[in-house]
Design a protein. Structure first.
Length: 216
């Protein structure tokens, strides 16, 4: 279990989703394979991703894409588990859904999924408007602790806000800015208010700007 979560943690350290730039069936497959929300202290990227994908629970059946990427990832994760952990194989297999199920159970699950899909098609839930935003966060000078700056920025938690990948970009005179990607629900998150919250970390932050924005 720990080896599999570690693989997923490493995978999500540089991206927001299992595959691509938006939630897809690949995320749903991996999400359903995890029995419970991971501890943020041990697996912060998985915990962030898990919380985000959980917010799409009502839309899981209708998310785009194929489940094959998620199934391939799970297959790779299962294969990565050390042979010495044979005593835990049953638990790992259950976690990632790779056990062969009885035919009757498989048919029941298939029928439930078909019914859920048909119900979603009939109800046609409202599409949640979301945006991918790239923020530039500038420090005061070249002596600013950029690790502390980023940790402060990521400490902001809000419904409809998911922090993504980041990098440091040189801007001259030995100074680097933090460039970080976020996904927001447009109705829940105001970029102006978010930037005001970032500005409150004035020990580290000089200013912030929206470098790029794209609707999902």
């Amino acid at each position: 279990m720990s080896a599999n979560l570690a693989k997923l943690e490493a995978h999500l350290a540089t991206r927001s989703y299992v595959e691509g730039y938006t939630p897809s069936q690949a995320d749903v497959v991996v999400f359903k394979a995890i029995a419970a929300a991971p501890e943020a202290s041990a697996n912060p990227n998985v915990a962030r991703w898990y919380k985000h994908i959980k917010s799409y629970s009502a839309e899981h059946v209708s998310l785009p894409g194929s489940s094959s990427a998620g199934e391939a990832f799970l297959g790779g994760a299962a294969a990565a588990a050390p042979a010495a952990d044979a005593a835990e194989d049953d638990e790992d297999i259950d976690l990632f859904g790779s056990d062969e199920e009885e035919d009757a159970e498989a048919e029941r699950i298939k029928a439930e999924r078909v019914a859920a899909y048909e119900a979603k098609k009939a109800n046609k839930p409202k599409t949640v408007a979301k945006s991918v935003v790239t923020l530039d966060v500038k420090p005061w000078d070249d002596e600013t602790d950029m690790a502390a700056l980023e940790a402060s920025v990521r400490s902001i938690e809000q419904d409809g806000l998911v922090w993504g990948a980041s990098k440091l970009v040189a801007i001259g005179y030995g100074i680097k800015k933090l460039q970080i990607t976020i996904v927001i629900e447009d109705e829940k998150v105001s970029l102006d208010e978010l930037q005001e919250k970032i500005a409150e970390f004035d020990d580290y932050v000089q200013s912030s700007d929206v470098a790029a924005m794209q609707k999902l």
